[in-house]
Design a protein around this ligand. Structure first.
Ligand SMILES: NC(=O)C1=CN([C@@H]2O[C@H](COP(=O)(O)OP(=O)(O)OC[C@H]3O[C@@H](n4cnc5c(N)ncnc54)[C@H](O)[C@@H]3O)[C@@H](O)[C@H]2O)[C@H](O)CC1
Ligand SMILES: [K+]
Length: 471
């Protein structure tokens, strides 16, 4: 929910506007339950759940409404809730703060609105909320809970201690898993969150990435290089920018020195020869398993028959997490693997892998891409101006980026970003966040580069993109 809220805000529908709709929906529920003139007591907490109810008070002019804030107004925890509290004060509503639960007298109202705690609750109700919940349960009034009955965990429907016994719950945007278990009527109110806030990956989807960056000892192992040398260096470096602590590149001895020469931050390990062959596979699998590495398989490997055979054998033996890109993609649908893969094909590679051959916008083929990912059993990031990311059940679109990203190497950067994120994120989340970060990194450079972007330029702005900076 927090991610969707943040995406909504980025699309021009800020949280305060959502709060206005939430409050309005609560007032509608009260009007459904009681006739004008009825007495309504609102018991509000200090978070946004309380904020919703401050709004509701303004939509109930034909009722006898009083608002009781549990705690000092100075302790209201968000700006938007405080602004709505202040509005009640300046417009002379009956709204008072109660700092000691002994002073909370609710009278004998027709309706009581429980706006103490919503999705922000952790653990059993503390004071003064616990005493207030008991006082509300003792009333004869109809109890309307805002979002969740206070004290109930919305995910499980369980309460660790006392909880409000609601007759009606007005929850927002989407059902909460724990609510159907409760003995009360639940309505889901549309609060105007644009569908695009969920369909498109947005800054909200970086919340857990921001918390997880440099999560300990995450290691990336790039298996690439041979006919090409730039690609593995780009993937390796971008994985470091996206949170990997150490990145190793396994490359043929003929080109390993060159790859090292591009980037002192990479640890290059060479194997005999000028391209990847099946002889190397056992050693590479062993290394990746020993160090619990996230593998990037593909950048610059080329498509020699021996190399493709080696890629296939690698995937058959490997059991960890890997990003598969470039020529290695061609073997994915032929292998039976226990590995967890994120595949990053462009249109052409998508078709070569056995996926849909799409001419127009990828979003028009989102269902085909979703069923392809389901058949494959892996996450697919189909890359174009607008990317489609699917794990076979969930599908999201990514529209970050600039036209200058058609330059060579941006896909290698993406593969490395996803690998860096895989150290701390689950595969679908990393696959969604990766192209968004890659695109934002380009947007951050657009003015400076004026269309003359190089893939290597993106390395500089990946950290700022992860932090959520915009142009
Ligand atoms: N998109 C939406 O669905 C919207 C939902 N809105 C409403 O916002 C709340 C969630 O608000 P938040 O501020 O995150 O949390 P709460 O109001 O639930 O509570 C935070 C507050 O409570 C304290 N606290 C936590 N646990 C306890 C406890 N066990 N005992 C006592 N106090 C506790 C904590 O310290 C905080 O100060 C959501 O439910 C909706 O009602 C918005 O309107 C926007 C749109
Ligand atoms: K509540």
């Amino acid at each position: 929910m927090a991610a969707v809220d943040e995406n909504s805000e980025a699309l021009g529908v800020p949280r305060k506007q959502l709060m206005e709709s939430s409050g309005n929906a609560v007032a509608r529920a009260v009007r459904d339950l009681a006739d004008p003139g009825a007495s309504v007591v609102i018991v509000a907490g200090r978070g946004n759940n309380g904020g919703d109810a401050f709004v509701a008070a303004r939509f109930l002019d034909e009722y006898d409404v009083s608002v009781r804030l549990l705690g000092r107004p100075g302790s209201i925890s968000t700006d938007i809730a405080r602004e709505n509290w202040d509005a009640l004060q300046s417009a002379e509503y009956d709204a008072e703060a109660v700092t000691d639960s002994k002073d909370l007298s609710l009278g004998d109202p027709d309706v009581v609105v429980d706006a103490m705690l919503g999705t922000g609750v952790t653990g059993a109700l503390r004071e003064p909320e616990a005493t207030a919940a008991e006082a509300m349960n003792d009333l004869d009034a109809t109890v309307v809970a805002v979002d969740v009955p206070s004290g109930v965990n919305a995910d499980t429907g369980e309460a660790e201690g006392v909880a409000v016994d609601a007759d009606r719950v007005v929850t927002f945007h989407d059902d909460k898993p724990g609510l159907p278990d409760l003995d009360c009527e639940v309505t889901v109110a549309d609060i105007g969150i644009p569908p695009a806030a969920e369909a498109f990956v947005g800054p909200g989807d970086l919340r857990s990435v921001r918390e997880g960056v440099r999560g300990g000892d995450s290691r990336v192992f790039v298996i690439g290089g041979g006919p090409y040398t730039g690609a593995p260096a780009l993937s390796g470096q971008s994985s470091l920018r996206a949170g990997a602590d150490l990145t190793f590149v396994a490359a043929p001895s003929k080109v390993s020195g060159q790859i090292q020469g591009y980037a002192e931050d990479l640890i290059v390990q060479d194997y005999e020869g000028d391209h990847l062959t099946p002889d190397q596979v056992d050693g590479l699998v062993e290394t990746a398993h020993d160090y619990d590495d996230v593998v990037v398989l593909g950048p610059g490997l080329g498509n020699d028959d021996e190399t493709l055979e080696a890629a296939k054998e690698f995937l058959e033996q490997f059991e960890g997490k890997a990003v598969v890109d470039a020529d290695a993609l061609a073997v994915v649908s032929e292998v039976d693997t226990d590995a967890t893969l994120v595949c990053t094909p462009n249109r052409k590679e998508l078709a070569t892998m056995g996926g849909p051959d799409v001419d127009g916008p990828l979003r028009d083929a989102r269902e085909e891409i979703e069923s392809f990912a389901a058949d494959l059993g892996h996450v697919v990031v189909a890359k174009a101006a607008e990317d489609v990311v699917s794990d076979g059940e969930r599908t999201r679109l990514v529209r970050a980026g600039t036209p200058a990203m058609t330059v060579g190497g941006t896909g290698d950067i993406l593969a490395g970003i996803v690998a860096g994120l895989l150290g701390t994120q689950d595969p679908f989340d990393a696959a969604c966040a990766g192209p968004f970060v890659n695109g934002r990194a380009a947007e951050l450079l657009d003015d400076e580069r004026a269309g003359g972007l190089l893939a290597s330029d993106l390395l500089q702005t990946i950290p700022r993109a992860i932090r959520g900076e915009e142009e």
